[in-house]
Design a protein around this ligand. Structure first.
Ligand SMILES: [Zn+2]
Length: 310
């Protein structure tokens, strides 16, 4: 049916009787996706509907499911899934972050190769109580943009300044019961490392942390990480998985309509690599990669159904 090392697309009902038998297998969104979609429906009904449908298979002869042969006997994977491509989605969100981390790491590697210096920066205000996240986020983003304005309005910028790739991280500390919104940034400059004086100047502008990046590639990945390693520091997906409804609702309302990350255009021009600013494009790239790398083994209707609803 499928040749070795060959990828093909064909209507689902041509695959096998076993798969056809469960072609209408009920899609079961995760509890986390259900909770986020329910809370999101108040803010963005269209976004909530897309998220709730993420992972659905639009089965038809006009738009067949793609089945990919992976390596090894019997290894198959599926494509053509409907994806919401939202950073708020438990499936797409981590994929977007993972893809962004790879893109930023490639930029950092290229910048190092071209002799750039890099500084690891963090911008944060004090932690805030439940109910205060939205105004705190507004203040944080305003202060951050004031600290690093466009080059033309920042005459004291470190010489050779190329800006940086930055991302807002919003954590809920489950032990202290406080929000901790903060910004990670990796800044670059042409012609070697930042001087101690330049780092001090950045701290004076409001950065709570400004040190040389010993490993710019690792820092780039860290700044776009999908999950926090500490168990009590919770992001949106963690909050949803734990069923913390109030925190999920506050998080979604606070981030709605905001630009929470950006890549330096100066750096893009210097290294010749785009910054990956588009969520939908990042999700699409991640999906392509996972389709090729994660073969789905199908031996029976039961396995097919459990793979779809896992
Ligand atoms: Zn999704």
């Amino acid at each position: 049916m499928l040749n070795e090392n060959h990828t093909t697309k064909f209507p689902l009902d041509a695959v096998s009787e076993g798969i056809l038998a469960c072609s209408v297998a009920p899609f079961k969104p995760s509890k986390a996706a259900e909770l986020i979609a329910a809370e999101l429906s108040v803010i963005s009904p269209a976004g909530a509907a897309a998220l709730a449908n993420c992972g659905h298979f639009p089965i038809s002869r006009a738009r067949p499911i793609a089945v990919y042969q992976g390596t090894g006997a019997g290894g198959l994977s599926v494509g053509n899934l409907r994806r919401c491509r939202s950073r708020r989605c438990p499936i797409c969100g981590p994929q977007i972050r993972k893809q962004l981390a790879n893109i930023w790491a490639a930029r950092a590697a290229q910048a190092s190769e071209k002799g750039c210096g890099a500084a690891m920066l963090r911008f944060s205000l004090s932690r805030c109580e439940p109910g205060e996240l939205a105004p705190m986020l507004t203040e944080l983003l305003c202060d951050f943009k004031r600290a690093v304005p466009p080059l033309s309005r920042w005459p004291s910028a470190p010489s050779g300044w190329l800006g940086g790739d930055w991302s807002t991280e919003i954590d809920f500390d489950a032990e202290a019961r406080t929000w901790h919104p903060h910004i990670h940034m990796q800044a670059f400059r042409v012609g070697g490392g930042f001087t101690p004086g330049q780092l001090d100047d950045l701290k004076a502008r409001g950065f709570s942390y400004a040190e040389l990046s010993a490993s710019p590639v690792a820092v780039a990945r860290y700044n776009a990480k999908a999950r926090n390693a500490k168990a009590h520091i919770l992001g949106l997906i963690d909050l949803a998985e734990l069923g913390l409804v109030d925190q999920v609702a506050e998080y979604l309302a606070a981030i709605h309509g905001r630009r929470l990350r950006a890549s330096s255009r100066l750096l893009s021009a210097f290294v010749g690599l785009p910054g990956g600013d588009n969520d939908a494009a990042l999700a699409g790239q991640a999906l392509r990669v996972s389709t090729e790398q994660t073969p789905l083994r199908i031996f029976s209707a039961v396995e097919w159904r459990s793979a779809l609803t896992a």
